[in-house]
Design a binder for this molecule. Structure first.
Ligand SMILES: NC(=O)c1ccc[n+]([C@@H]2O[C@H](COP(=O)([O-])OP(=O)(O)OC[C@H]3O[C@@H](n4cnc5c(N)ncnc54)[C@H](OP(=O)(O)O)[C@@H]3O)[C@@H](O)[C@H]2O)c1
Length: 249
C-alpha cells in the first residue's frame, strides 16, 4: 500500500472516491500535492483515477470490513475523507426492508467509524492529521422518507463533534461537511430517473467540485486552525421546514 516507505508527499485516503463528491475530492487532493488511496468498487473508475499521479486504487466493499486492516497495513494516512455513502429507496420507514436499513447504517456510519479507528492511532502518534466526514442536511433536520439515511447522518454528525473532544490537544483536526443537494448519482436507487432529473431541474444544485474546492480551502488552513464544520447548500435550498424553494424564488 502506498505510504509504507519514507514519504515526501502527504497521503490521503478517500472513501467513495469513484463517484460524485469523493471523485472530485480525490482530484482536488492530487491537485494540492497529495498521494491518494482512492477507495471504491467501480473498477473502471478506479482504473481511470489511477492515471492521476500518486493515486492508488483500493477496491474494497465497505459493507464487509474484514479486509480493511490488511488493505491499510503500513499506510501513514495524513488526511482521511470518510465520504462513501448510500441513499436507500425513498419509502416510509414502515415499508423499508431490513436489508436496506442494515446497508445504510453500515456504509454511512459503521464503515466511517471503522476506517477512522484504523487510521487514527497513526495520526495521534504523529501528532497531525485531518479527518473529514461527509454529513448531510438530512442529519440536521427531518425529511420525509429519509428516516434511516437521516439517522445515519445525524449519528455521523454527533460522532464527529464528540471525536473532536477526544482529540483535543492531539493535533488532529476534524471537519464535518454538511452537504445539501449536490448533483451526483446518490439517488440512483432511491428515486426514478424522472424524479431525479426533476429534483435537479427544480433549482441549481451544488456540484461535487464546489464541495471539493471548499474541502481544499479548509485543509490548507494552518495546522492550528480547524474548521470544525461547513454547510454547503444550493442557494435555493433551505433546511428545517419547507424543503426546497423553487428556482428563482
Ligand atoms: N449528493 C448529495 O446531494 C449529498 C448530500 C449530502 C451528503 N451526501 C453524501 O456525500 C457522500 C458521497 O455521495 P455522492 O453524492 O457523491 O454519491 P455517489 O455519486 O453515489 O457516490 C457514492 C460513493 O460511495 C461509494 N460506495 C457506496 N457504497 C459502497 C460500498 N458498499 N463499499 C464501498 N464504496 C461504496 C461508491 O463507490 P462504488 O460506486 O464504486 O461502489 C461511490 O464512490 C455520501 O456520504 C452522501 O451521503 C450527498
Amino acid at each position: 500500500m502506498s505510504g509504507q516507505n519514507e514519504k515526501t508527499r502527504p497521503l490521503a485516503l478517500v472513501t467513495g472516491a469513484t463517484s460524485g463528491i469523493g471523485k472530485a475530492i480525490t482530484i482536488e487532493l492530487v491537485r494540492l500535492g497529495h498521494d491518494v488511496i482512492a477507495q471504491g468498487r467501480n473498477e473502471t473508475v478506479l482504473d481511470e483515477l489511477s492515471d492521476h499521479q500518486g493515486v492508488t486504487p483500493l477496491n474494497l466493499d465497505l459493507s464487509d470490513m474484514g479486509e480493511l486492516s490488511t488493505a491499510l497495513e503500513g499506510a501513514q494516512v495524513d488526511v482521511l475523507i470518510n465520504n462513501a455513502g448510500i441513499m436507500p429507496p425513498a419509502v416510509s420507514f414502515v415499508e423499508m426492508e431490513q436489508a436496506h436499513i442494515d446497508a445504510t447504517l453500515q456504509v454511512n456510519l459503521g464503515a466511517a467509524l471503522a476506517v477512522t479507528r484504523a487510521v487514527l492511532p497513526g495520526m495521534v502518534a504523529r501528532r497531525k492529521g485531518h479527518v473529514f466526514f461527509t454529513g448531510s442536511t438530512s442529519g440536521q433536520a427531518p425529511f420525509p422518507n429519509m428516516a434511516v439515511y437521516g439517522a445515519s447522518k445525524a449519528a455521523l454528525s454527533s460522532f464527529a463533534a464528540a471525536l473532536r473532544c477526544d482529540l483535543s490537544g492531539s493535533g488532529v483536526r476534524v471537519t464535518e461537511i454538511v452537504a445539501g443537494r449536490v448533483e451526483t448519482k446518490l439517488y440512483r436507487d432511491a428515486l426514478s430517473d424522472q424524479a431525479r432529473s426533476d429534483m435537479y431541474a427544480a433549482f441549481d444544485p451544488v456540484q461535487p467540485e464546489d464541495v471539493a474546492r471548499m474541502m481544499g480551502t479548509v485543509l490548507t488552513f494552518p495546522a492550528h486552525v480547524d474548521v470544525t464544520r461547513f454547510d454547503i447548500l444550493p442557494t435555493a435550498q433551505f433546511v428545517g421546514g419547507g424543503g426546497f424553494a423553487s428556482k428563482g424564488k
